[in-house]
Design a protein around this ligand. Structure first.
Ligand code: FDA
Length: 392
């Protein structure tokens, strides 16, 4: 039986928990990480298609969603993408920028897990995997964590058990249950970076399943220029995943199918080629099946020369802001992350410590801070884990 007494117990050996544990260990703290799964870092291993999009060089606080958009600033400013990149480079892990500032391993996500595990080992961190937490207690300024086989205790407890996205991989809402046990508020968790489903009149778009095209997708004031993909259930692709984090039931998603066309382009097309049809123009500008589907719905038949400028301007306006009314999302089963979580109002933005429960910390996806698609969520895990690691 290992010594049950530690300075710090971190619950969850994911991205945030391992970063926090390594940092605390480097400061000479005796750290135990308790992980339910048989192995640490499972989500890191499947991330970025197995290559781990480990950060984004544009990770500014505006690219994170939270009830308090200012909360993430301090941690993100103190531990930047360049800090994590320095770790990656010091270890000789080859990497590349894919697009939009997204940094990936050339090799495998396993390299990032090994990096974190080595940092933990160097700092003397003990990691206990396959340990189900039966009970967490708090008395006399110390936290106790009982697993099936042993009870551990420490002055600091870090909640790093992530969010409920992808339950098939063992993800749970445990962080929220624990937060509530200590009287901390939780902002309603919702699936994010998740495909949207379409019903009603939009069902017809399912015939386009498999068609992808670059668009600008909008939801409220959020707008993303990336690819959209039609699926047999609705809409996906990076642009849609991005807006899904902002989407609320009952609100539309607007799509500009031709975001690079200048205003008046359709009337101009009529002048250049009066015998062209709307269908032929759209087939040329878009994947053919999508061009046909949109032409069917716009119902401007015959040569462009026979259409009025007003009708063409109307068609152009619809193509620039095609409204879809999703009837839902594909849920936590398919969501890459969770929006919502432990309320930032409960935490110090500098240390991630709960204001009302000294010694209790929450980091990573468990907290109500959610990044855009593209390495932002790992950057939040590193930055919040690092911040708590300096304080525990
Ligand atoms: P994380 O989920 O990593 O870790 C939590 C840990 O706690 C897990 O190991 C879990 O088993 C453990 N745990 C849960 N309940 C427990 C309990 N009761 N007791 C003990 N342990 C418990 N982000 C990004 O920036 N770039 C990317 O490329 C990707 N790619 C990606 C792909 C896929 C398929 C998914 C699902 C997600 C991504 N993400 C991503 C998001 C990213 O994986 C996520 O934001 C971070 O892993 C969050 O890190 P945390 O440490 O907070 O939670």
């Amino acid at each position: 039986m290992p010594d049950p007494s530690f300075d710090v117990i971190v619950l969850g050996a994911g991205a945030a928990g391992l970063m926090c544990a390594a940092e605390a260990g480097k400061r000479g703290r005796r750290v135990l990480v308790i992980e339910r799964a048989e192995k640490p870092g499972k989500k890191i291993l499947i991330s970025g298609g197995g290559r781990c999009n480990f950060t984004n060089i544009h990770a500014a606080p505006e690219r994170f969603i939270s009830a308090n958009p200012h909360f993430a600033k301090s941690a993100l400013n103190r531990y930047t993408p360049h800090d994590f990149l320095a770790l990656v480079e010091a270890r000789g892990i080859a990497w590349h920028e894919k697009t939009l500032g997204q940094l990936f391993c050339d090799g495998s996500a396993r390299q990032i897990v090994d990096l974190l595990l080595d940092e933990c080992a160097k700092a003397g961190v003990v990691i206990a995997c396959g340990a189900d937490i039966a009970r967490v207690g708090h008395a006399g300024g110390r936290f106790t964590v009982a697993t099936a086989s042993q009870t551990f205790e420490a002055a600091s407890l870090v909640i790093a058990t992530g969010g409920p996205s992808i339950p098939k991989m063992g993800a749970t809402g445990y962080a929220y249950a624990l937060a509530r046990q200590f009287g901390l508020k939780v902002v309603e968790p919702r699936p994010a970076l998740v495909p949207l489903t379409l019903g009603g009149e939009h069902v017809l778009f399912r015939e386009l399943s498999g068609v992808a095209t670059p668009v600008e997708a909008r939801c409220g004031s959020a707008a993303f220029r990336e690819a959209a993909l039609f699926t047999h259930r609705g809409l996906s692709g990076p642009a849609i995943l991005q807006v899904s984090s902002y989407w609320r039931p009952g609100t539309p998603v607007g799509i500009d199918f031709l975001p690079d066309e200048p205003p008046g382009w359709l009337v101009a097309a009529k002048q250049v080629n009066p015998r062209a049809t709307l269908r032929s123009v759209l087939r040329f500008a878009l994947p053919q099946r999508l061009g046909d589907a949109l032409a069917d719905r716009l119902a401007i038949e015959g040569a462009l020369a026979n259409a009025t400028d007003a009708a063409l301007a109307g068609a152009e306006a619809r193509l620039a802001d095609w409204h879809f009314m999703p009837n839902g999302t594909e849920g936590f089963a398919k969501a890459e992350v969770t929006v919502g979580g432990i309320s930032t109002a409960e935490l110090s933005s500098k240390t991630m410590e709960a204001r009302r429960v000294p010694g209790l910390y929450a980091i990573g996806e468990a907290v109500d801070v959610t990044g855009w698609l593209g390495g932002y969520n790992f950057q939040w895990a590193w930055a919040s884990g690092w911040a708590a690691g300096q304080a525990v």
